[in-house]
Design a binder for this molecule. Structure first.
Ligand code: HEM
Ligand code: HEM
Length: 134
């Protein structure tokens, strides 16, 4: 069962890779908008749905393995202090993104800034995560 403790770190590494791709796509759409040209945002929207959707079970996986596989108390690590705001940023960015998609009046800068800040926090969480690997 020891190997199960590596499932969350591996899953999250892949997830963060996907997040970097989502951000790169978003920035491509932003560049095109600022230059007054058109860019197809379909890939950004499709991958971002997967990214935000998979972040929730990934987060829950970290928590479960802390609760059931490790002797340390849950919710007390520095890793958790970075992971929680990261997830909150992604969920809020996702909610704003869904509204943007429907053409509602939404601050697109807030969407972009929250997504990017979440990714930075997530990458910092990854560094802190390596420090608590079994
Ligand atoms: C990709 C690099 C990451 C690594 C190497 C990593 C590693 C770990 C490790 C070793 C644990 C302790 C439990 C266990 O043994 O499985 C853990 C717990 C946890 N992880 Fe990660 N993680 C990473 C990324 C993330 C990210 C991006 C998030 C969420 C945004 C996250 C959320 C959590 C949570 C919520 C816990 C429970 C922490 C606690 O209760 O104190 N992890 N992670
Ligand atoms: C469910 C999740 C998400 C949805 C549905 C979504 C949707 C959208 C939509 C509709 C746009 C405007 C595209 C256009 O103008 O054609 C956009 C732009 C953008 N998104 Fe997302 N997004 C999501 C998540 C994210 C995340 C997680 C990030 C960052 C990691 C991100 C970063 C950006 C950026 C940088 C832009 C460009 C903003 C600008 O034009 O100034 N998005 N997104």
């Amino acid at each position: 069962m020891r190997w199960l403790a590596y499932a969350h770190p591996l899953f999250m590494l892949v997830l963060l890779g996907l997040g970097v791709q989502v951000l790169r796509d978003g920035l491509r759409v932003r560049r095109a908008r600022l230059l007054g040209t058109r860019a197809d945002s379909r890939r950004h929207r499709r991958l971002a749905r997967w990214f935000v959707g998979l972040a929730v079970p990934g987060f829950a996986g970290g928590l479960s393995s802390m609760l059931w596989l490790r002797p340390d108390p849950a919710l007390e690590s520095f890793h958790f202090a970075l992971a929680l705001p990261a997830l909150a940023c992604w969920l809020t960015a996702g909610a704003l993104g869904l509204r943007l998609e429907r053409g509602r009046a939404v601050n697109r800068h807030a969407h972009a800034a929250l997504g990017a800040a979440g990714l930075l926090l997530g990458l910092a969480a990854a560094v802190a995560g390596f420090a608590i690997l079994p």
